[in-house]
Design a protein around this ligand. Structure first.
Ligand SMILES: [Fe+2]
Length: 247
C-alpha cells in the first residue's frame, strides 16, 4: 500500500508540522449523483486517498440545484448506505456522513416555504451556494427561512462570489446576520487573484468557520492536499475552525 500522502504530511521525526485536517465538510464524493465521481470505484479511490492522509470523517455534500441535480434526501441516504458498505468491505477506515449543498434559487425557496425535509451537516449547519456572479435578490429571505428552521446557514466558498469579492461590507453584513462561511482549501492557491485575496482576508479577519476540500475528483483533492501544508491553513486552525468539532 502506498503511504506517500501520509508521509508527505510528516517531518523527518515522524511528527506532523501541520495541523491535522480530520473532518472534511464539503465533498462531492457520492457516485453518480452530481458532478463528482461517476462510479463507485472512483468514490472509493478518493476516499482511500483522503483516509491515508489522515482524514477521519468526510461529510458528502452533493449538489441540489434546480433541474440540474434533483437529488432527493432518500437518493442521498441510499448512496451513503451503498458507499459505506463498500468502505467496510474494502477495510477503508473513514466515516462517511451526508448532507447537501443547496443552490439558492426559486426551487430552494419553495423547498423552504413548503417546509420540506432538508439535509444539514450534523443536523445543524445548512450548506448554501449562490450564483458566482450576482447576489440573489432573495438571499436574506432565504437566510431568515433557514434560521426559522433552527438551522445555521453556512455559505459555501464565499471567496468565489464576485459580489463579495467587490464588497467586503456585504461579507460583514452576512456574518452579522448569523451566516457562517466555509472556504475551499484550494482557494488559497487559486490562480484567480480576487478569489485568493478574499479567501486569505476571510482567514485573517477570523471569519472562516469551516474549510472544505470541495472535492469532485483527484485533481481537486491534490489542490486541497497542497493547501493543508500552507501557513494559511495553520492560521485558519488557530483562529478556530469548527471542522474538528464534528468528529
Ligand atoms: Fe461544492
Amino acid at each position: 500500500m502506498n503511504f506517500s500522502f501520509l508521509q508527505r504530511n510528516r517531518s523527518a521525526t515522524g511528527i506532523s508540522r501541520f495541523p491535522p485536517f480530520l473532518v472534511d465538510t464539503h465533498a462531492h464524493i457520492l457516485p453518480a449523483l452530481d458532478n463528482g465521481p461517476e462510479t463507485l470505484d472512483e468514490s472509493i479511490s478518493l476516499l482511500q486517498e483522503m483516509s491515508m492522509y489522515g482524514i477521519r470523517k468526510v461529510i458528502a455534500t452533493p449538489h441540489i440545484m434546480g433541474d440540474y441535480y434533483q437529488n432527493s434526501v432518500s437518493d442521498i441516504l441510499q448512496a451513503q448506505k451503498h458507499l459505506r458498505a463498500e468502505l467496510i468491505r474494502r477495510c477503508i477506515s473513514i466515516e462517511l456522513e451526508v448532507a447537501a449543498e443547496y443552490y439558492l434559487d426559486v426551487s430552494f425557496l419553495s423547498t423552504l416555504e413548503n417546509n420540506q425535509t432538508l439535509l444539514p451537516i450534523n443536523d445543524t449547519y445548512l450548506l448554501l451556494e449562490t450564483s458566482i456572479v450576482g447576489m440573489p435578490s432573495f438571499l436574506e429571505e432565504a437566510i431568515d427561512l433557514v434560521q426559522q428552521r433552527n438551522l445555521i446557514p453556512v455559505l459555501a466558498h464565499p471567496e468565489r462570489y464576485h459580489y463579495l469579492q467587490q464588497d467586503f461590507e456585504k461579507v460583514r453584513s452576512l456574518s452579522q446576520k448569523g451566516v457562517l462561511f466555509q472556504v475551499n482549501l484550494g482557494s488559497w492557491q487559486s490562480t484567480h487573484q480576487a478569489t485568493r485575496t478574499l479567501a486569505e482576508r476571510l482567514v485573517s479577519e477570523g471569519l472562516v468557520s469551516f474549510v472544505g476540500s470541495n472535492v469532485h475528483n483527484s485533481r481537486d483533492w491534490g489542490h486541497a492536499r497542497e493547501a493543508l501544508r500552507s501557513k494559511t491553513f495553520a492560521q485558519s486552525v488557530e483562529k478556530g475552525l469548527l471542522n474538528q468539532h464534528l468528529l
